[in-house]
Design a protein around this ligand. Structure first.
Ligand code: APR
Length: 265
């Protein structure tokens, strides 16, 4: 099976792509998100109940992004490489709220397009005006809206459970026009992202490949699943796809990626 190089590529990324950079994934074995129940820190009700806790939770995560040990890994860089080398657009939809894709250079100087569908840690939003502001460091109930000067009206710019995702129109356009769909490091447990693979298949007959440590809840929808750490499998896949002996044969590229995972041990 081949893919046409004139067709765009859509990539969906999840917490797994940042795991090798030292950012924990959401669904740990204990079902908690860094020690908290998800409904306490990722729902509008949780924020209404205890805004101080929710602000603290996201402030800690935002500040952690400044830790010099947290850096983009080889998988983030591989996507930039793909965007530079693929002749058609490479469009990345990320569920991640960290900034590792952009720090790797994605979406910069023509290297692909990037959409944060679940928001961004480095931004806050006014509860009054709905406007979004860049933010660094801590944010709490005493923080001042840089635009209105009001106190206590800011919330994290994060899509919580029960809230609408960001960029729906753009995502809809992208999923209607792609020859290859890649899903990297996501469990497929959260909608609508879990349904993107089906859309790409049904709306534009895209070839669909999953990269994950292991099979997920949506693996059956993919043409091929490459198991292993994305920091090893993705660079090998991209190199094979972009310049391999038979660049249009994505299955050959998947086999090369699998071998890279096996060699890494
Ligand atoms: N390489 C590839 N995949 C990996 C790696 C790795 N190095 N490490 C972990 N994974 C995989 C795990 O096997 C798992 O399938 O990444 C996935 C992470 O799953 P989740 O923690 O559920 O994260 P994600 O799918 O991104 O969550 C989606 O849920 O809580 C909400 O809004 C939040 O954006 C988040 C959404």
């Amino acid at each position: 099976m081949t893919i046409r190089r004139c067709r765009p590529i859509v990539v969906l990324t999840g917490a797994g792509i940042s795991a090798e950079s030292g950012i924990p994934t959401f669904r740990g074995a204990d079902g908690l998100w860094e020690g908290h129940r998800i409904e306490d820190v990722a729902s509008p009700e949780g924020f209404r109940r205890n805004p101080a806790l929710v602000h603290r939770f996201y402030s800690e995560r935002r500040q952690k992004l400044d830790d010099p040990r947290i850096e983009p890994n080889a998988a983030h860089r591989a996507l930039v490489d793909l965007a530079r080398r693929w002749p058609a657009p490479v469009r990345v939809i990320t569920q991640n709220v960290d900034d590792l894709h952009e720090r790797a250079g994605l979406g910069v100087a023509g290297a692909g397009e990037l959409l944060h569908m679940h928001g961004e840690l480095r931004r806050v939003r006014s509860l009054r005006t709905g406007r979004v502001h860049p933010w660094s460091g801590a944010c709490d109930e005493t923080s001042i809206d840089p635009e209105t000067g009001e106190c206590g009206t800011l919330r994290p710019h994060i899509v919580w459970f029960g809230e609408a995702i960001l960029g729906t129109e753009t995502i809809d356009e992208w999923l209607a026009d792609c020859g290859l769909f890649l899903s990297i490091g996501t469990q497929g447990a959260v909608w609508p992202a879990a349904g993107f693979v089906r859309e790409a298949r049904e709306r534009c007959a895209a070839a669909c490949i999953e990269f994950n440590l292991r099979a997920t809840e949506i693996s059956a929808w993919f043409d091929d699943c490459v198991e292993g750490p994305a920091g090893r499998t993705l660079p090998a896949f991209v190199a094979a796809l972009a310049e391999g002996g038979s660049p249009e044969d994505f299955r050959a590229a998947c086999d090369i990626a699998r071998r890279a995972a096996a060699v890494g041990g």
